[in-house]
Design a protein around this ligand. Structure first.
Ligand SMILES: Cc1cc2nc3c(=O)[nH]c(=O)nc-3n(C[C@H](O)[C@H](O)[C@H](O)COP(=O)(O)O)c2cc1C
Length: 115
C-alpha cells in the first residue's frame, strides 16, 4: 500500500475524493470510514484538539476499537512481521519496512553484565 499511502499524503482531499481510492467500511462508531485493504484499522473517538499555534492542530484520539486482518494474527495476537507496517523516516524522507528480530524481549536484558 506504499504507493497509495504516499499519494494520499501528497494530494489534498479538497481536490480528490480519497475515499474512492479504497474499499471503505464503517465500524462500531459508524463515523469515520476505514480502509478494508489495510491490515489494521484503529477506530478513534476525538477527545481533544490542541492548537499548536502554527498552521497545525494536534488531534488526540482514544482508540475505541481495533480491526485486524485474520492473516495478520499469530495465536490470536497481532504479529508485526505479518502486518508489515510502513515506517516513515522524516530525516531521509523514505519509507522503510521493519527489520529482523534483534533480541528476545523480557529475556535478553538478563544477559546484562556490568563488567
Ligand atoms: C511522507 C508524508 C508525511 C507527512 N506527514 C505529515 C505529518 O506528520 N503531519 C501532517 O499534518 N501532515 C503530514 N503530511 C501531509 C498530509 O498528508 C497532507 O497535508 C494531507 O494529506 C493533505 O490532505 P488533506 O487536505 O485532505 O488533509 C505528510 C505527507 C507525506 C507525503
Amino acid at each position: 500500500m506504499v504507493i497509495v499511502t504516499d499519494y494520499i499524503g501528497i494530494i489534498s482531499g479538497k481536490k480528490i475524493d480519497k475515499s474512492e481510492l479504497f474499499k471503505i467500511f464503517y465500524g462500531a462508531l459508524n463515523s469515520a470510514p476505514m480502509i478494508e485493504e489495510a491490515p489494521i484499522n484503529l477506530e478513534c473517538k476525538l477527545v481533544n484538539t490542541i492548537d499548536l499555534g502554527t498552521s497545525h492542530d494536534l488531534f488526540i484520539g482514544e482508540i475505541k476499537k481495533a480491526y485486524i486482518k485474520e492473516e495478520c494474527l499469530s495465536d490470536g495476537i497481532p504479529d508485526i512481521e505479518k502486518i508489515k507496517p510502513i515506517l516513515y523516516s522524516t530525516g531521509i524522507k523514505n519509507y522503510l519496512g521493519i527489520g529482523n528480530i534483534i533480541g528476545k524481549a523480557w529475556k535478553i536484558g538478563k544477559e546484562y553484565n556490568k563488567n
